[in-house]
Ligand binder design. Structure first.
Ligand SMILES: NCCC[C@H](NC(=O)CCC(=O)O)C(=O)O
Ligand SMILES: NC(=O)OP(=O)(O)O
Length: 313
């Protein structure tokens, strides 16, 4: 079994409940003694939450974790078959994946989108080579197009804070100075589409996400309209999917501020972090009582606990 996307999850709503139950179990009984199992956490990109929540969850379950910052510390990997490797790549994914599979019981991989090659990104060229060549479970720690560990944590957080059975959840684009991947937004769409939400997405024209992820969501181009009566505002920037990887707008009018939050049903504010203060969201909103970004980040451990237990627990 792998954890590449929601397609590896038989019952997403059930996983949310199981994750909350497992959290309680760990709080009651404490971490497990070492099980003899081990996991490699392999990063091509920076991380705070994913890296440390996966290490903490490993500790909780008695699994030893090993960090590998491949870009800085490993050999440059070759992903093409049949290449004459007389250039700058030193090791083929076939050998690397085979060796890692012989050392560990599972592997987590973080490899962000290039944002330059849409086809390679949307076929998950790098991540899928790990899936193909590893003989152990592979966990997505944010790939080119998806971030399921984040989305599961997001669903857990919404479950914990929802005051009504069918909350109105709004995914809002917000400006950012850098071109960012669509992974967090795509994955949120997949998971939120499986929950019992009134689910709305709002973004400027040109920021349409890939149609396959939009099933289950309503699109509203007017951000203020989208915010009306919302119970949760989930802010995120992404670069254009159509004009792939481009920044089409840096319009400050899309920043989440108090005036917009006042249109909502006293909504909770969410963001996956790291967040650019006073670009994505004002200090006033993220520092307010309605901000649940800390609880959301804490649930990254809740989510990682469950995924590790399902795969190698
Ligand atoms: N894993 C959480 C988000 C990671 C990444 N954000 C970033 O790269 C933000 C970096 C910055 O703000 O400089 C993204 O959007 O996919
Ligand atoms: N939200 C998230 O994945 O954070 P990191 O990039 O710090 O892991």
């Amino acid at each position: 079994m792998n954890f590449c996307s929601i397609n590896d999850v038989d019952n997403p709503q059930g996983w949310v409940d199981e994750a909350l139950a497992l959290k309680k179990e760990i709080e009651t009984y404490g971490p497990k003694v070492y099980t003899g199992k081990s996991i490699c956490l392999l990063f091509f990109n920076p991380s705070l939450r994913t890296r440390l929540s996966m290490q903490k969850a490993s500790f909780n379950l008695g699994i030893q974790s090993f960090i590998f910052n491949l870009n800085q510390e490993g050999w440059q990997l070759e992903f093409e078959d049949g290449t004459v490797m007389n250039g700058y790549t030193s090791e083929h994914i076939k050998e690397a994946a085979g060796v890692l599979s012989s050392y560990f019981d599972a592997i987590g991989v973080r490899s962000f989108a290039s944002l330059s090659n849409k086809e390679e990104d949307y076929t998950e060229k790098v991540f899928n080579q790990f899936v193909k060549h590893c003989s152990i479970p592979v966990i997505n720690m944010e790939s080119a197009t998806l971030h399921p560990l984040q989305s599961l944590a997001d669903m857990i957080t919404i479950k914990e804070f929802a005051q009504v059975k069918k909350p109105k959840v709004v995914l809002s684009w917000a400006p950012h100075p850098k071109a960012l991947p669509q992974a967090v937004a795509n994955s949120f769409l997949q998971w939120a589409g499986q929950m019992d939400y009134d689910f709305v997405v709002t973004h400027p024209e040109g920021y349409e996400l890939a149609p396959e992820f939009m099933q289950g969501a309503r699109l509203e181009y007017d951000q203020k309209k989208a915010f009306e009566g919302a119970d949760f505002i989930y802010a995120k920037n992404w670069s254009s999917y159509e004009e792939y990887g481009q920044i089409l707008s840096q319009d400050k009018k899309w920043m989440i501020d108090k005036v917009k939050m006042n249109l909502t049903n006293n909504a909770k504010f969410m963001h996956c972090l790291p967040v650019r203060r006073n670009v994505i969201v004002t200090d006033e909103v993220i520092d307010s009582e309605n901000s649940i970004v800390m609880q959301q980040a804490a649930h990254r451990v809740t989510s990682a606990n469950l995924v590790l237990r399902k795969l190698i627990g």
